[in-house]
Write a new protein. Structure first.
Length: 198
């Protein structure tokens, strides 16, 4: 199987960098890894793997294939955080924004007309990449990685609202910005009929 087909199929069926975390039995959010040298060593292995993986994505896949792969990665990441078997309570966009403001911070979500602006800002925490896979990197990682967050947000909004959305990255910390921020737009149902299915 060609490398690009292997990567795309892998993410289609749930293979991702996050999938290797249980293998190392290390929860990067559980404690400061400097207090656990063994966990720190294993996290370094994960980070090195992610760096190599993103190099492959950027050099061996077309732009469209790379975008599709990282989109699927983000979607799978969102799904992995949902309780299996638990029925999803559908929300209208305004209620979802209220939930984000409650769980993240007041500045994390705003709505203007039909456009929703998302910022990854958590209460009482400095602005940083929220992904535990990369937010401790000392070296730079490809900005392509941020498409994973876009996929995460797509799946979140589509799951709770039952409406298809587009997500645009405004800026991100990995790409040199001060905060990770996104624009979420709901797709007109008439146009949606002509879009390819995920």
């Amino acid at each position: 199987m060609k490398r690009n087909k292997f990567l795309l199929n892998g993410f289609k069926y749930g293979l991702s960098a996050a999938a290797i975390m249980p293998v190392f039995k290390c929860d990067p959010g559980a404690l400061p890894i400097k207090d656990d040298p063994d966990c720190e060593r294993r996290m370094k292995l994960v980070q090195d793997w992610v760096m190599r993986f993103m190099e492959v994505v950027d050099t061996k896949l077309s732009k469209k294939e790379g975008e599709e792969l990282m989109d699927q990665c983000g979607r799978r990441c969102f799904c992995s955080h949902q309780n299996s078997g638990e029925q999803v309570v559908k929300l209208d966009p305004e209620d979802l924004i209220k939930r984000l403001k409650t769980n993240w911070s007041e500045e994390s979500a705003t709505k203007e007309s039909d456009i929703i602006y998302i910022k990854y800002i958590l209460k009482n925490k400095p602005n940083k990449c929220l992904c535990p896979m990369v937010n401790r990197f000392s070296s730079e990682i490809s900005g392509t990685y941020c498409l994973c967050s876009a996929g995460y947000l797509k799946q979140m909004f589509e799951t709770y609202t039952d409406k298809k959305v587009e997500v645009e990255i405004r800026e991100s910390i990995i790409r040199g910005g001060n905060v990770c921020s996104f624009i979420v737009k709901f797709i007109n149902p008439w146009i949606e009929k002509y879009l390819p299915k995920n």
